[in-house]
Write a protein of this length. Structure first.
Length: 223
């Protein structure tokens, strides 16, 4: 079995109070978050609109934690530099968002950020087999992207398992993140399948005590 016992927790600010975003970032950082997950939506690749690089830049002074920027935008290429300059540490693009993921990942690396690739529920793990050597993060969507608060798709667990095998075969240090419907019940399923980063919006920001919510996502994991 996969040996990671303590997953990294990345709260998604999509479920935070947007009128107090800076404080909300500080609050989860104090509560033990490992990364801050920022969901960028364009109303085109996904049927919702969230925020752009200005907001990432405005939040940058509020935390030294890695900013994990999930781009649900098509095309992504014209905006990569703006997100890198805004302070994104990781820039994740969707494999479904254009024909030239290889070029985009090269560009992200050249901008000094860590490149990541995201797979929607309908996309097979093999879709990223030719670019594994270019990424530092692989993100499996366990809901259809666009909204928080959806139900975890257990159909994605075999894909997580397969990607963990593919990562191990590379011998490279690649994080495997899962995003969507993560809560204290689904978190152990994702970790057991091989995930080492859990992204969670409502399971953290909709709870009264962020530290307890973060602990609850980590604690059920067995060795
Ligand atoms: C969905 C986003 C997720 C979302 C997760 O498109 O990528 O990051 O905010 O929200 P929950 O944890 O509520 O499913
Ligand atoms: Zn996300």
């Amino acid at each position: 079995m996969h040996s990671v016992t303590r997953p990294l927790i990345a709260p998604s600010v999509l479920a935070a109070d947007f009128a107090r975003l800076g404080e909300e970032v500080q609050a989860v950082a104090r509560a033990g978050a490992d990364w801050i997950h920022l969901d960028v939506m364009d109303g085109h690749f996904v049927p919702n609109i969230s925020f752009g690089p200005q907001v990432v830049k405005a939040l940058r002074p509020y935390s030294t934690l890695p900013f994990d920027v999930h781009l649900m935008i098509e095309p992504a290429d014209p905006y990569l530099e703006a997100f890198a300059k805004a302070g994104a540490d990781h820039i994740l693009i969707h494999i479904e968002a254009g024909p030239h993921a290889h070029r985009s990942l090269q560009h992200i690396r050249a901008l000094g950020a860590k490149p990541g690739i995201v797979l929607c529920p309908a996309t097979p793990p093999e879709a990223v087999s030719e670019i594994l050597d270019m990424v530092d993060v692989i993100l499996v969507m366990s809901v259809n992207p666009g909204f928080g608060g959806q139900k975890f798709l257990t159909s994605q667990l075999p894909k997580i398992r397969r990607l963990r095998e593919m990562i191990t075969a590379t011998g490279r240090d690649i994080r495997l993140a899962v995003d969507g419907g993560i809560d204290p019940k689904t978190a152990p399923l994702a970790v057991e399948a091989g995930a080492d980063v859990l992204i969670a919006g409502s399971a953290i920001y909709a709870q009264p005590d962020y530290a307890a919510a973060i602990d609850a996502l980590r604690s059920p994991v067995t060795a």
